[in-house]
Every structure is written in C-alpha cells, then in structure tokens.
Design a protein around this ligand. Structure first.
Ligand SMILES: [Zn+2]
Length: 82
C-alpha cells in the first residue's frame, strides 16, 4: 500500500465455467459465462466499460487503478470547483 485512500472499486465477475477433463482441450476452461470486470470511481463516479475474457480481465485489473487515477476528472477539475 502507498498510503492513498481507496478511491475506486474494481468490480470483478469471475464468470462461470468448468475445466475440460479430457480431449484436445483438457485443462482449459469451458465458459458458460466469461469472466468480466469494470471499474467504478468513488471520486468522479465514472464507470468504465466492462472488459470480458480472462486475459482482458487480468490485464485490466493490473492497471486500471493507476490509469484512472491519472485520468480521473474529479482530480483534474478539482481546482475549478467552488
Ligand atoms: Zn474518477
């Protein structure tokens, strides 16, 4: 932790699927509902678009907090509020 207070939520839906037990795709997951994720900023209220798929979700959650903190409209327009 860096000491920053929480300013957003990464909302993750782990999806629904089952591991394939045999055949060419053994060990892979057969998804009936793909994992998905989006981010909700508690400062500016922005909800990002939802990303879908395990690779996209992993990539998304690895950077969204940092990315949004930079782009957050609440922090960039704060000085104009009165
Ligand atoms: Zn924000």
């Amino acid at each position: 932790m860096t000491g920053d207070k929480a300013v957003g939520l990464v909302v993750i839906d782990l999806g629904q699927g089952r591991e394939i037990k045999s055949g060419k795709r053994a060990g892979q997951i057969s998804w009936t509902r793909q994992p998905s994720a989006h981010y909700e900023c508690l400062v500016c209220g922005k909800h990002t678009d939802t990303v879908t798929g395990i690779a996209a979700v992993q990539k998304f959650i690895s950077h969204i907090s940092t990315t949004h903190r930079i782009a957050c409209t609440a922090t960039t327009t704060e000085r104009n509020a009165s």
